[in-house]
Write a new protein. Structure first.
Length: 196
């Protein structure tokens, strides 16, 4: 498996209303020790030029980067098992797509119908969120909490709890829809003679 590590430095930060644009370049310097003892020297030798731009909208990360800070960036081939389900679904042969199955579109439609309720427990840093289907069924639960009360931000806690509840709900929806489809297929497979 091919892997690569680069060393980048933050050279510009462009703040937005609800986001932050980070610009990185490969580490470089006008002079390096001749003995090669400076780590940046080694990285600059093998990847002398690199540019990377990232826009972040995660409230917990906005404001956490500073110009001049250096970071390792690892490139590892994406494992198919970790790919989004839609990408895996697109790779299925047409014969498989013709069989009864739960599709990403079905799950997306159900996921869009979810309503999220959030509650912060007064006097704590714990926030809990539940994701409900239109009929009131709780499809997912998520929470967030800080170790130190000094780090607690109610809005950030709410967003993290919501995200966790929605992620849990998506996984549960696959399970529930799969079970419902399996029940329908099993019922259809029972012949009238078998039900007498």
């Amino acid at each position: 498996m091919k892997k690569m590590r680069a060393k980048l430095v933050v050279n510009h930060i462009a703040p937005g209303a609800t986001s932050e644009r980070l610009s990185f370049n490969a580490v470089a310097a006008s002079a390096y020790p001749s003995d090669g003892s400076d780590e940046d020297n080694t990285y600059a030798k093998w990847s002398p030029s690199a540019e990377l731009g990232i826009t972040i909208t995660n409230p917990a990360l906005i404001g956490q980067f500073a110009v001049g800070e250096k970071y390792y960036v690892d490139f590892t081939p994406a494992d198919k098992a970790m790919m989004p389900i839609q990408m895996l679904d697109d790779d299925l042969p047409e014969t498989s797509k013709a069989a009864p199955r739960v599709t990403p579109d079905q799950i997306d439609q159900l996921h869009c119908s979810l309503r999220v309720l959030v509650h912060n427990f007064r006097g704590t840093t714990c926030t809990v969120a539940i994701a409900l289907l239109p009929d009131g069924f709780v499809a997912g639960v998520g929470h967030s909490a800080c170790i130190s009360a000094a780090n607690f931000d109610a809005d950030v806690g709410e967003q993290i709890a919501k995200r966790n509840a929605l992620n849990a709900a998506r996984e549960k929806l696959w399970e529930l829809e799969g079970y419902a489809l399996r029940e329908r297929l099993a019922s259809a497979a029972v012949s009238p003679a078998e039900t007498d």
